[in-house]
Design a protein around this ligand. Sequence first.
Ligand code: NAD
Ligand code: DAU
Length: 348
Amino acid sequence: MILVTGGCGFIGTNFIRLWLAEKNEPVVNVDALTYAGNAENLSDIQDNPDYYFEQVDICDASAIADVLKRYRPRAILHFAAESHVDRSITSPEAFLQTNVMGTFNLLHSALAMWNTQGQPDGFRFLHVSTDEVYGSLGKRDPAFTEQHRYQPNSPYSASKAASDHLVRAWHHTYDLPVLTTNCSNNYGPYQFPEKLIPLMIERGLSGESLPVYGDGNNVRDWLYVEDHCHAIMAVLEKGTPGETYNIGGNEERTNLDVVENLTNVLQMMKPREGGYRELIRFVKDRPGHDRRYAINPTHIRDQLNWYPQIDFCEGLRRTVDWYLSNRTWVDRVKSGEYRHWLDHQYRS
Ligand code: NAD
Ligand code: DAU
């Protein structure tokens, strides 16, 4: 079986759902259920005999060692992280704990397990990271390759950069068969509505202002979450231990362009008198706001034959459709009810 950390978050949820639909292999999900972890995301598969859940903090060394001893996974896919840049600016400590110490703890326990088992060739530790570790690009700079210098600018990206370095060191020093992926901005179902796209959908539907930071010309490279999950599967299956794979959508867009597109899709699917565009407001910029990210996907395309399948317009339509069709999920996230689901579900 495989072990996924952070499977109750946005990308982890999409990954587990896709894995169980497409692969014939059990998965154990290790998640601490922070504010970003929503066990309800997987409530419909909780009785699937191929799905196991462990509510464990990756910083808890003995609990992680115990989970590895019980499940003996043939691969660890490490998604768990504090992931929101704005939160890292106001409260960086949790980012250092989970992203740095939590990753160290997982590597340490994974290495112990791998050594105890006689270092099986097929074992993999796949670390899910971000393009933000490379810092900010100028308008005409070439997109990030895997050789780009690390220049993280936010507490979030600095903590992810530190975790990438730890993963690299565990390969170089101890031969642990690691893989690292650095991906651009994801969007799609189950994303917590603090991130740009779901935040704008929800505020728009409530008739609230759509707050665009600064001049709205910061550029991100958008990838539909299902494409990211398939890229991770390709890296797990065919990637070379010790290598890094950049993953992107070939969809560089300014934030203003993203929000304007979103207002068009919302107007098509849920018409509002006067439209949604009039709700856009330019607000105070994020401190240290990186200007542009862009991924050069040549390496993963040439080595693993992976390409994104869903373009931005189609992805945006699917995403808006999902948020419109899943109002109970949204309401329970907004009210905080989702945090009590496990207690209710398993109360004896
Ligand atoms: P998320 O914030 O939606 O989910 C994070 C999950 O990790 C939650 O379920 C949370 O409960 C869990 N978690 C947090 N701290 C934990 C701990 N100490 N122990 C166990 N579980 C813990 O994040 P996401 O957007 O799904 O991102 C997943 C991974 O992908 C992260 O490593 C992130 O850096 C990376 N990434 C995200 C994006 C993106 O656009 N969202 C892009 C590239 C890379
Ligand atoms: O690039 C990959 C990264 O993408 C991931 O590693 C992070 O985990 C993920 O959160 C995301 O980081 P960003 O900071 O790019 O995502 P966010 O959705 O917070 O913001 C996207 C852009 O939109 C960014 O330039 C800031 C801007 N923004 C964001 C919010 C929440 C706004 O203009 N207004 C907003 O209200």
